[in-house]
Design a protein around this ligand. Sequence first.
Ligand SMILES: *Cc1c(COP(=O)(O)O)cnc(C)c1O
Length: 233
Amino acid sequence: MSARAEEVAARLEDVRRRIRDACAEAGRPDDDVSLVVVTKFFPASDVRLLADLGVTDVGENRHQEAEAKERECADLGLRWHFIGGLQSNKAAAVASYADVVESLDRRKLVTPLSRGAGARGQQVDVLLQVSLDPPGAGHRAGVDPDDLAALADAVGESTDLRLRGLMAVAPLGEDPAEAFARLARIRATFLEAHPDATVLSAGMSGDLEQAIRHGATHVRVGSAVLGERPAVK
Ligand SMILES: *Cc1c(COP(=O)(O)O)cnc(C)c1O
């Protein structure tokens, strides 16, 4: 094994142990929580290493990088999650290769995403990204919880998109446990109307334990598995 492979294997084992421990603590079975390794900024060679180590799901947040890497790694049979901010003029292209679009946060994205999925001839799974920013904070990404039901209805009208659940990022400067507790309440209401949309993507390298305690079914972990990201160019 190369030094890089050994490093990634050790870090991955540590993250898997953290997930198991958090599940045990929350009284949940281990297989309740799936790991999505966030490979943004890391090369396709790392994606290959991850696939060798049994990783099945990877996440990317920038369209061009994601598209190129997905193409380079098409033989690996991975599930590609798009987790970044979506521009409406890129949304159709993203739906042409992403298996899961986790960052659907406004109505304007529904039509282009549907078009991309339709052109591909395959339903694309989507998660609605919910903002956990305090009200009035001028949030960065995510639908306001008050507008979630309407957005879900808009997605429900598309036969090319499959609504699987919710995604969220804990806001900076707040205890993630409190943000995820809020998310759990939002999700409970959401599930009453969409009982099959059971995915909850929440938790990253620094807060996956708190997310699992509050019901996350998917954690998106980058730096804890792959190391510090190279500086943005
Ligand atoms: C980068 C990123 C992650 C992973 O963050 P780490 O702290 O490196 O684990 C998770 N979710 C989203 C939306 C991201 O952009």
